[in-house]
Design a binder for this molecule. Sequence first.
Ligand code: PLP
Length: 356
Amino acid sequence: MPTPKLFAPGPVDVSPETFAAMSHTMIGHRGSDFEELYASLRPGLQSLIGTSRPVFTSTSSAWGVMEGSLRNLVRNKVLCLCCGAFSDKWFDVANKLGYEADKIQVEWGEAIDPEAVRAKLAEGGFDTVTFIHSETSTGVLNDLAGIAAVVKSFPDTMLVVDTVSSLSTVPINMDEIGADVILAGVQKALALPPGLAVFAVSEAATERAKGTPNRGYYFDFLEFEKNDAKNNTPSTPSISILYGLQYILGQIEKEGLENRFARHAETNAMIHAWGARHGFQLFAPEGRRSKALTCFATPDGFDLSGFIKELKTKHNLLINGGYGKIKGTTFRISNMGNETVETVQELIDAMDNVLG
Ligand SMILES: Cc1ncc(COP(=O)(O)O)c(C=O)c1O
């Protein structure tokens, strides 16, 4: 039996075509073949992130760049906007790194209120804000433009945005909204194997980094910028994943970004409609729901682990049973990556079959 097809919110299913692209003959990373590969990624990544800034690739998962952003930017105090497992953990990471950190904490399943951010920043002393656009643990899609507008009204306050489970599913316009770092891992909506993160850094954040001590080496923004100018990376990159990324960016260009967003909206709505038919309540509030995944509250008495297990053993499909402190009381279904109306319909038919 092959391993199950993944409808869990990352890593997601990787297509055979992507794996084929990744099986390109190995090349050295300090030569012209690599420089061509690297340069070929730039336009597609810039259009995904909505920036004319360079877009860097980091051979790490997203956490590397999430931690690295703090190391490059925090001088005084960081404000962490916490609304679920990943955003809460960013606060813990800031503390582990020894930074002075404060947070706005909302109940899991709620979105961050931009006005609460304004009130907190008005207390003074913060120079960096961490923010997760799509909180993958709860399925909440936070108000990126609203939060960015508030943070921008506080001079010299850097906004670091995790778009791990939103990039390529909804529009992101880094330059227009004035975000300072946009970052994502590639194993979610870009449907690549894990091990690579992509990120862009504003001019203001680059200037900030210049005067920040103890930036380290591996995630030093200035090292990335220096090497990007030569179409290269500071350290040996994950060349195979970069070939996969080149393939995916080509697919995105063929599909068209607007069509990609529409596909995610449509397949996401199919899963919402499936849940409504079975009386499953959405965990995220109306108007603030991710287009990449759906988080349902597990009804009382519902045998969630039995459902997930039977879907796997009978249909070889994998969905996910909640994350962090809402493991068991919620479950999540992804429509990220290459999933289409047809493949999501197959999942829905299989889930209906299991529910009987
Ligand atoms: C929103 C979000 N941020 C950060 C992460 C951490 O990513 P990684 O484990 O790839 O570093 C995840 C992983 O699921 C995520 O969903």
